[in-house]
Write a protein that binds this ligand. Structure first.
Ligand code: RET
Length: 279
């Protein structure tokens, strides 16, 4: 008997792979991206406003505002659907008596984050380094390690699952992260204490907060991007909370404490504030 019409895809027998399992953004994720965009824009405006009151002492303001501006730009891209790519992963299912089957898993990768992080994490480190009074060598090492961490993290996000590639890149990124922790926790604290008790205590608190928040990123990455055990929406929401802690909350804490504690001042001489009144 010759069939009069071709069977529809859904009625084909089970020799075909399982249905494609797509891991894409939904309603909640998409709303979250917009909310964070707005939070970053408002933070940038507030930080700019604060800097107008202290023209000669706005180094932290400029660095910190740049951080939230870059985040706003990156979130605008992601919210409107840019800076996103799709990973295709072939997942193998082993069976006892029949040939193995494969599922094509697709998952969105928000690579715009890595562009954001590669610019903003060095600036966050610069804020902390200026506060501690870290020397040029230590700042260079911390920022270089940071760039290696973010770039190898990006390679990990696009690495292949079946080879040592993905988790190899991840390991390299984690080693770079240890170098950053070393610079902040050891050298940073020693230098900050040399600037007096006020700066020493504040640096310990804000760098401790930073290290805790930053450490959550590789953990979330491992669960969401590495093992794909978290939906894309849950991933977006978790990173959103972390990004708000790491940028606007960190920035507000830094700028308000800077206004209260004069020892936090950074003196770069005429290079930074030539011709401006020292108010
Ligand atoms: C990755 C994956 C590879 C291993 C490590 C990572 C660390 C990322 C960090 C990101 C911090 C981002 C911040 C953003 C600001 O809003 C790249 C996730 C170690 C520490 C602070």
């Amino acid at each position: 008997i010759i069939p009069t019409s071709l069977p529809s895809v859904s009625s084909l027998p089970s020799v075909l792979p399982d249905p494609i399992d797509q891991q894409f953004v939904g309603e909640a994720g998409s709303k979250t991206l917009w909310v964070v965009f707005v939070v970053m824009v408002i933070s940038s405006a507030v930080f700019t406003g604060l800097s107008w009151r202290v023209p000669a002492k706005r180094l932290y303001h400029v660095v910190t505002t740049l951080i939230t501006i870059i985040a706003a730009i990156s979130y605008f891209g992601m919210a409107t659907g840019q800076g996103i790519s799709v990973n295709h992963i072939s997942v193998r299912h082993q069976h006892d008596h029949v040939p193995d089957t494969y599922t094509d898993v697709q998952r969105q990768v928000y690579w715009a984050r890595y562009v954001d992080w590669s610019l903003t994490t060095p600036l966050l480190l610069l804020d902390l380094a200026l506060l501690a009074g870290l020397n040029g060598a230590h700042i260079t090492i911390a920022i270089a390690a940071d760039l290696i961490m973010i770039l190898t993290g990006l390679f990990a996000a696009f690495g292949s699952d079946d080879t040592p590639q993905k988790w190899g890149w991840y390991t390299i990124a984690c080693i770079a992260f240890l170098v950053i922790i070393w610079q902040l926790a050891i050298n940073g604290n020693v230098q900050a204490k040399a600037k007096g008790d006020n700066v020493g205590k504040f640096f310990t608190a804000i760098s401790g907060f930073t290290l805790v928040v930053w450490t959550l990123y590789p953990i979330v990455w491992g669960i969401a991007d590495g093992s794909r055990k978290m939906s894309v929406d849950a991933e977006i929401i978790t990173y959103a909370v972390l990004d708000i802690l790491a940028k606007p909350v960190f920035g507000t804490w830094l700028l308000y404490t800077h206004a209260r504690v004069p020892e936090t001042n950074v003196d770069l001489g005429g290079f930074w504030s030539e011709g401006l009144s020292r108010e």
